[in-house]
Design a protein around this ligand. Structure first.
Ligand code: ADP
Ligand code: MG
Length: 311
C-alpha cells in the first residue's frame, strides 16, 4: 500500500452531500419523506411559482451546527446564502440556493485509523467547509418512451455539502474517510446515511502527480453511492490518468460518472468553474446569524462523540 502508484502520487479531495434528517424542506413546509408519488411533495415554493419566498428551516441550521461541533470546526456567526445560477429542467427557479463565499461551517477535521501493511496508522483529513443548500428535482428519463418526466419532490430537500482539502493519498484512505464521515453524521443523527436512497453521496476529485510537482489537473467522479463503487471508481480513474500521462496526453478537468457494469469512468461534461454560476447573495434571505448561546445550547444537548468516547 505504498503511496506511489507507478511512480505517481495520488491526490484525492471529497465533496459529500449529506441529506439532513429534517421532516420538511430547507425553505418550505413540504415533506421530504422518501418514495412518494412524483410531485405530491412539491409546494408552490419548491415549484418556484411567482411571488413565493423561501423561509429558513431552523432544524437544518441546528444540524449544521451539530456537524460543525462534531468535527471541531468554526461555526460562522454570520453566513450568507447565495444563488448558484444554472439551467436545468428539474430546477424551475433557474438557480439553486446554496452558500458560497461565507459558509456556515468552516475548517474542522476528520480522523480515522487505517491499516497500512502490518501497522495501524492514524490519518487526519482537513475539511475546508460545510455549507447548507437545497437539492434540485429529478428528471425521469426511463419511465416514458421518447419523453422525460420531472419530479420536484426532491426540490428543496436540505443538504449539507461537506468539502475536504485535497488530503487523501489513496483509494483506501478515501474510503476510510468516507466511512468515518458516514459514521459521524449518522451517530449525531443529522442524516440517515441511506446511500441507496441517495441520502449520503460522495464526489471524489482525483488527480495524479510526480512527487514534488504541483497538484495535477483533477477529474471529479460524481455521485458515488456505495463504498465498493467508490474504491473501484477511484482505482480505475487513477490507472486511467497515469496511462494518459504516460502516453503524453494532458488531463482535461472534467466531471465523470462511474459505470458499475463496465467498471469504468466516463466523461459527462467538461467542468464548470465557480465563475460560470454567477453566484451572488440571495436577496430573498437575510444573513444566517448564529449566536454563541445557540451553539452552546446545541452542544449541551449532543450525545458524546465516538472519538471522545474512544479517548
Ligand atoms: P469546485 O468548487 O469547483 O468543485 P474546489 O476547489 O472547491 O472546486 O474543490 C473541490 C474539491 O476538489 C475539494 O475537495 C478539493 O480538495 C478537491 N481538489 C482540488 N484540487 C484538487 C486536485 N488537484 N486534485 C485532487 N483534488 C482536488
Ligand atoms: Mg464541486
Amino acid at each position: 500500500m505504498s503511496k506511489l502508484v507507478q511512480g505517481y502520487e495520488v491526490v484525492i479531495g471529497f465533496e459529500t452531500h449529506a441529506q439532513l434528517s429534517t421532516k420538511s424542506k430547507i425553505f418550505s413546509r413540504a415533506s421530504v419523506a422518501f418514495g412518494a408519488e412524483p410531485n405530491t411533495q412539491a409546494c408552490a415554493v419548491d415549484m418556484a411559482l411567482p411571488g413565493t419566498l423561501p423561509v429558513m428551516n431552523i432544524g437544518a441550521v441546528e444540524r449544521a451546527i451539530e456537524f460543525g461541533l462534531a468535527i471541531n470546526a468554526h461555526i460562522a456567526e454570520r453566513s450568507i446564502f447565495a444563488r448558484k445560477n444554472y439551467f436545468y429542467p428539474d430546477l424551475p427557479k433557474g438557480y439553486q440556493i446554496s452558500q458560497f463565499e461565507i459558509p456556515v461551517v468552516q475548517g474542522g477535521e476528520v480522523s480515522f485509523f487505517l491499516e497500512e501493511g502490518k501497522e495501524t496508522v492514524r490519518k487526519t483529513v482537513r475539511l475546508e467547509r460545510a455549507h447548507l443548500e437545497e437539492d434540485a428535482g429529478k428528471s425521469l428519463h426511463e419511465d416514458f418512451i421518447g419523453q422525460s418526466g420531472i419530479d420536484l419532490n426532491r426540490a428543496g430537500t436540505p443538504l449539507l455539502e461537506i468539502v475536504t482539502q485535497p488530503d487523501m493519498r489513496s483509494s483506501d484512505e478515501a474510503v476510510a474517510y468516507a466511512k468515518e464521515l458516514h459514521k459521524i453524521v449518522t451517530w449525531i443523527g443529522i442524516c440517515d446515511g441511506n446511500m441507496q436512497e441517495g441520502s449520503f453521496r460522495c464526489d471524489a476529485n482525483v488527480s495524479v502527480r510526480k512527487p514534488g510537482d504541483e497538484l495535477g489537473t483533477r477529474r471529479e467522479i460524481k455521485n458515488l453511492n456505495s463504498f465498493k463503487f467508490m474504491q473501484q471508481a477511484i482505482d480505475y480513474e487513477v490507472r486511467w490518468q497515469i496511462d494518459q500521462n504516460e502516453d503524453g496526453h494532458a488531463i482535461q478537468q472534467a466531471t465523470v460518472l462511474f459505470d458499475p457494469d463496465t467498471g469504468e469512468t466516463r466523461a459527462m461534461r467538461t467542468k464548470e468553474d465557480a465563475a460560470d454560476y454567477r453566484y451572488f447573495p440571495d436577496p430573498d434571505l437575510p444573513p444566517l446569524v448564529i449566536g454563541r448561546d445557540w451553539v452552546e445550547r446545541v452542544k449541551s444537548d449532543m450525545a458524546e462523540l465516538p472519538r471522545v468516547m474512544a479517548e
